[in-house]
Design a protein around this ligand. Sequence first.
Ligand code: 13P
Length: 252
Amino acid sequence: MRKKIVAGNWKMNKNLQEGVALATELNEVLTAETPNCDVVICTPFIHLATVSDIIDHSVIGLGAENCADKASGAYTGEVSAEMVKSTGAEYVILGHSERREYYNETPAILKEKVDLALINGLKVIFCIGESLAQREANEQNAVVKAELEGSVFHLAPAEFANIVIAYEPIWAIGTGKTATAEQAEEIHAYIRSIIAEKYGDEVAENTSILYGGSCKASNAPELFAKKDIDGGLIGGASLKVPDFKGIIDAWK
Ligand code: 13P
């Protein structure tokens, strides 16, 4: 049975003190009332070690938002997958459209990052999704297929078990425009079908596929009710505990 997951992506928000306050409050709320899904928070690198000590890892998983495409050495300013793991983090987000677009992360670079994350025992939340122009040209299926083929479909089935997919249509990120539940379900089902073609039905059935893009407490229940939507990757609404908890409660 695949996992239901609500993951937060803090992006470049919250200084250390603010991040500690947010993680502390979330931990209090979720340890008092155990959620019906896995909850993960992905924070800036500098928060990881401190937040790791604050949270109950049996209730909240911890992840980074990126890692380096090199193992170690003279790469000034980079943070390796091994370093991320050593903080107590269990996950790393890779392939986010913001990193692909603003930091020129190509499928080949992302493949290196995926391999290093897995070698170091991290689970990968791998993001895929089309731009507005690609959706208008009806290219969304080809885009997500190419993104999977470029960076994760070289993995062996046992390795692929450590991949969570996040479908995030770029036109829905931070825009207030959510994909309709039907639009999202259609492409989630397609994504699961190409995973099945590559790895077989059992692996596909066990892969969690999250939706991301203006997901909030008001639209999460409808999205999560769809059979191929296994949760969400949440940006803006993960920065306030009541908003994030509202999405987690969609699994009730
Ligand atoms: P928003 O929830 O702010 O639209 O961001 C989604 C996202 O990019 C999560 O990775």
